[in-house]
Structure formats: structure tokens, C-alpha cells
Write a protein that binds this ligand. Structure first.
Ligand code: S3P
Length: 179
């Protein structure tokens, strides 16, 4: 489906772990006076467990089901949603995202990402992974990010410039926030 920015749909940030989705989402929400949800946090708070505990106690596939479920709920409640890097592994989330327009893919070099997340024990799919394994996971997801995104931005720049670049994309395609 060809995407077109729509002002009545939330802004959804996708991309691999460590690309700055939550930080940017929070930053835009603050500057644009919008509501924001970090989907990982919504899941953790609702289930009452950390992501590593959900993976350990219920398995990754259960986590992917929860992502699909809470994505749908969050779409009704928030203006901006940052998703987990593995949301593209969730069949139900992919079905939902395929029908949405305002999806921005945040991306940067895998070397930078690796250095940001390699020791993060809160990320079960990154902790203790060798560079080559993480890169393989990253490469395996690229086509799915690309498939559902309206646009891709490299996030290895100052956050204020990143924010301005994103607003330019949104406003050039619709009076998304300002109308
Ligand atoms: C995951 C990414 C994480 C989180 C979970 C699984 C993944 O989100 O959803 O640890 O498989 O890529 P972030 O992208 O916010 O780290």
C-alpha cells in the first residue's frame, strides 16, 4: 500500500533497538504538546513484569502477541507511539501497521547501534549477542521496516535537527500537526 501522511492517525516510530525511538518520541511529544506512549513500557506496566521476565516466563512469541494487542489499544489513545524494534516479528502488529500511514523508520549504522546496546540486560535480543549475530538480526528486519514505513531517517544526528527533519517530512506531506 502506498503511504500518505494522514493528520487523523497517530505518528508511529519504528526501527531497530537503539535507534532512539523512545527518546525522539518523547521529545516530539514535549515540543508539540502531544500525548506519547512507549509500547514496551505500556506492556511492562500492564503485565506487571519487565520485558526480560516476559521473555523468560512466557516466551518471545507471547511478547509478540502482546505487542500486537497493545499496539491496537494504544492507537486509540496516543498521538505518538514508539514501538519495540522487534514489532515487525509480530504478525498481528504487522497486519495493523500495514494499514497505517504515519510510520517513520528510525535507522542508523549497525556499528553505532551495537555499541549503544551490547551490554543492555533489559534487551533480551541484544544482551550477550556478538556483533555478527546482532547484525544478522538487524539485516533480517530491514525489508519489513522498509515495507511498512512512509519514510526513513538516520538518527545519528543532534536530536533537535532530527526533530526538525521529521517535522519537515510530516508537514511537507500534510499539515499534520499544525492544521
Ligand atoms: C526487541 C526490542 C525491544 C523490546 C524487546 C525486543 C527486539 O525494544 O521490545 O526487548 O526484539 O528488537 P527497543 O527497540 O525499544 O529496544
Amino acid at each position: 500500500m502506498k503511504k500518505q501522511i494522514q493528520k487523523n492517525e497517530p505518528l508511529i516510530l519504528i526501527g531497530f533497538m537503539g535507534t532512539g525511538k523512545s527518546t525522539l518520541g518523547e521529545y516530539i511529544a514535549f515540543h508539540e504538546n502531544k500525548t506519547f506512549a512507549d509500547l514496551d513500557k505500556v506492556i511492562e506496566e500492564t503485565v506487571g513484569k519487565s520485558i526480560p521476565s516476559i521473555f523468560k516466563d512466557h516466551g518471545e512469541s507471547k511478547f509478540r502477541e502482546l505487542e500486537g494487542e497493545f499496539l491496537c489499544e494504544s492507537l486509540e489513545k496516543y498521538d505518538i507511539i514508539s514501538t519495540g524494534g522487534g514489532i515487525v516479528e509480530s504478525t498481528s502488529a504487522m497486519n495493523t501497521l500495514s494499514n497505517l500511514n504515519n510510520i517513520i523508520w528510525l535507522d542508523t549504522d549497525i556499528e553505532i547501534i551495537y555499541n549503544r546496546i551490547k551490554n543492555d540486560s533489559n534487551r533480551p535480543n541484544a544482551s550477550n549477542k556478538a556483533f555478527d549475530d546482532l547484525k544478522r538480526l538487524y539485516l533480517s528486519r530491514l525489508s519489513r521496516y522498509n515495507e511498512i514505513a512512509f519514510s526513513r531517517i538516520d538518527t545519528n544526528i543532534d536530536i533537535d535537527i532530527l526533530y526538525q527533519n521529521l517535522m519537515n517530512i510530516l508537514n511537507a506531506n500534510d499539515q499534520y500537526w499544525r492544521a
